[in-house]
Design a protein around this ligand. Structure first.
Ligand code: ATP
Length: 670
């Protein structure tokens, strides 16, 4: 190090604070005056000039200096200077100084440099770095959030509001969590969330708190060693589940809900959503403000809502402006659809009419699948100008086959129930992590109940054609297929996909030969290999989920034990016994808590070891016969006790408390 080459006595002399007594200071404006406006040593010995009007010395004239630096004199009381002079201190200047080279080359005993010799290396003369493009006068804001330190450098308080303001993004920047109705045009814009997750009105949890510090860096561990993150479910899965929960719980801020005391509140399209009879906390799911009535013949809206009775969340589809003329339509249709429980169909629960929105609306109640997007939005995401992007990348063939298998599975259930899907469009199929579900079943059955134009068989045949067109649209990257020219589209997909896929689409789209009827069974018979592949994929995924579930199961058991221990430990008086938790068996439970969580290493430092906590609690849960040593806090008493005994003591203590307490209203026990 360069600094080690100095004679320390020399350094002391040269690096110390500039001393007033060595200078002609009476014309030098005291730096305390410049910085603080006053000098508290003025009357007790400070020899610098305290009259700003007299500061004529060009060397001390602020205007002539670009920044404070080490040459700015700073008053140090004489008695402090003496002691400071004795202290051997390295300033930051000395540390960064160039190596000392003796002047007299060849001289065996270098002479000590004299303080007055300016040509000799003098660390004190080196100016510390000071930003050159500011002026003290105008960089200190009025609120004083930036202050000047005694050595003249600017101290920027990172926690002050003023400095935060400089780092905050400009207010016009898009904030996905802000409730910014101006992001959307048109009436009712405040009710829409922009496409994609994360645009809710409350802040989501800080997912990064659960992330391992780095994906790339993983300390080299022995095969039997684990990091903390190895004990819990993978971060992506956890984050996805947390986002789902968050999406499930999302609410509009209270000023957006429009509930009247009478309960019969009206909706204003641009101000709020009503509470319906048995539904509250409506939250809009639509991602665009413009309504499309091509699917049902009426504009439709999607909301998440909570049921008054069971607190569960459901998806409500509102058909706006529909006046129901026949009550039986709803009863007959929903009765049949409610029976269909299928992995690729969003379950229909009920339908009802309402005027709570200010018009006559028909509402269909479906299962709510958080974080879903439509198949259309997923493969043809809107860009910033809300134009649909053609999907630049080819959708892999196995993905298309998985869609074929899933829609076939849905149609099998529907056709077997003597129903037709009818509303089979990309925008009415929801997608979530490669699982697709038909999301608008039963609606057209109700809307067209009284004037069915086609028989159910005809509608089922139409289902096959619509099914084929969806897959053809995806295969040819065409959001809206010109259905008059399907042959051309089928030819266009040929070089990119297998002949088998093309054959299936041809079978689905083209009319069947006279006398032949398409059935789902025929379709399934032709795609057995892909069904097997898909089943294999699903089962592997299920295995993986079960693996993670098993680990979470461990955590669940441990959480229950922790609840019990926490209920008993440190409770004080209970069950009519003074200091109950410190007496009898409960004392051992406290010592066990110390054994698990309060261990220290040989230096008396806390031992933080997740593995130890988990292994002790797992053994406790399993009532292991293994024995451990529990030591009292004063080290006077040692107990040898097995996990099994501790477990029994814990259960007894918890049971004792249970006997004297009333059952909780929610009825939850551990
Ligand atoms: N059962 C459901 N659970 C969760 N989200 C759903 C459910 N059904 C639909 N959604 C979501 O609601 C949003 C709106 O659905 P909708 O069917 O109105 O699509 P859309 O693209 O707006 O169609 P259109 O342009 O025809 O109105 C979509 O993001 C969709 O993913």
């Amino acid at each position: 190090m360069a600094a080690t080459r100095y004679n320390s006595g020399d350094l002391r002399r040269q690096v110390g604070s500039p001393r007033a007594k060595n200078r002609d200071t009476k014309d030098t404006l005291c730096r305390n005056i410049v910085i603080y406006g006053h000098c508290r040593w003025e009357d007790s010995g400070c020899t610098f000039n305290h009259d700003q009007n007299k500061a004529s010395n060009p060397q001390t004239d602020l205007n002539s200096r670009r920044a404070f630096n080490v040459e700015s004199p700073s008053f140090t009381p004489a008695n402090q200077q003496q002691s400071a002079g004795k202290k051997s201190t390295f300033s930051s200047q000395a540390a960064s100084a160039a190596p000392f080279t003796p002047r007299g080359v060849g001289s065996s005993t270098p002479t000590l440099p004299q303080a007055s010799d300016s040509s000799i290396f003098n660390p004190a003369a080196i100016r510390e770095f000071t930003p050159q493009n500011y002026d003290v006068g105008n960089t200190i804001p009025q609120n004083g959030t930036q202050s000047v330190t005694q050595d003249g450098s600017l101290y920027n308080d990172p926690f002050s509001i003023g400095s935060m303001g400089q780092t905050l993004p400009p207010t016009s920047q898009y904030n996905p969590y802000a409730n910014d109705p101006t992001n959307m045009a048109g009436a009712g814009a405040g009710l829409y969330q922009p496409a994609g997750f994360g645009n809710g009105l409350v802040h989501p949890p800080n997912y990064h708190l659960y992330q391992p510090p780095s994906e790339l860096y993983r300390p080299s561990l022995q095969p039997y060693q684990r990091t903390t993150y190895d004990f819990f479910i993978p971060k992506d899965r956890r984050e996805n589940l947390q986002k789902k929960l968050f999406h499930m719980q999302q609410l509009l801020p209270s000023e957006y809900t429009n509930s009247s005391k009478s309960g019969r509140s009206l909706t204003l399209p641009d101000s709020g959503l009503p509470n319906l009879d048995r539904w509250h906390s409506l939250f809009p799911l639509d991602t665009k403000a413009t309504r499309n009535s091509t699917c049902f013949g009426y504009p439709s809206w999607m909301y998440k809502a909570q049921n008054n009775k069971n607190g569960r969340h459901f998806a409500l589809r509102r058909i706006e402006g529909y006046r129901l003329t026949n009550e039986k339509a709803i009863l007959n249709v929903t009765k049949e659809w409610k029976k269909i429980i299928n992995a690729n169909i969003v379950t229909v629960h009920e339908a009802f009419t309402t005027e709570f929105f200010g018009d006559s609306s028909l509402i269909f109640v479906y299962d709510f699948h958080p974080l879903s997007e439509t198949l259309y939005d997923h493969h043809f995401p809107p860009n910033n100008s809300h134009n649909r992007l053609r999907n630049a990348n080819k959708i892999p063939e196995n993905v298309l086959w998985s869609y074929v298998c899933q829609i076939a599975n849905a149609l099998l259930a529907i056709h077997n129930a003597k129903l037709a899907a009818r509303c089979l469009e990309m925008s009415k199929i929801i997608w979530e992590n490669n699982r697709i579900r038909l999301a608008a079943c039963s609606i057209l059955d109700v809307l067209h109940h009284d004037n069915p134009r086609k028989s159910i068989e005809e509608l089922q045949q139409e289902d096959f054609v619509k099914f084929g067109r969806i897959i053809l649209g995806l295969a040819t990257n065409t959001p809206t297929v010109n259905f008059n020219n399907c042959e051309a589209y089928l030819a266009a997909m040929a070089p990119r996909y297998s002949a088998q896929l093309k054959g299936v689409l041809q079978w689905l789209i083209m009319p069947s030969p006279p006398g032949e009827t398409k059935t789902v069974e025929i379709l399934l018979g032709g795609i057995t290999t892909h069904l097997a592949n898909f089943a294999n994929y699903v089962m592997q995924e299920s295995d993986e989920k079960e693996f993670h579930l098993m680990r979470e199961l461990e955590n669940g058991r441990i959480a229950r034990l922790m609840f019990k221990l926490s209920v008993v430990n440190e409770r004080g008086d209970a069950c009519g016994v003074h200091n109950w938790s410190e007496t009898g068996e409960r004392l051992l439970l406290k010592l066990f808590r110390d054994y698990v969580f309060h261990q220290v290493d040989a230096d008396g430092k806390a031992r933080l070891d997740t593995n130890h906590y988990l292994s002790c609690l797992s053994k406790l849960d399993a009532s292991s016969e293994e024995q451990i040593l529990l030591t009292s806090r004063d080290n006077a008493t040692v107990f040898v006790v097995s996990y099994r005994s501790i477990r029994q003591m814990l259960d007894r203590a918890y049971g004792e408390l249970g006997k004297e307490s009333k059952p909780s209203t929610a009825g939850a026990t551990i």
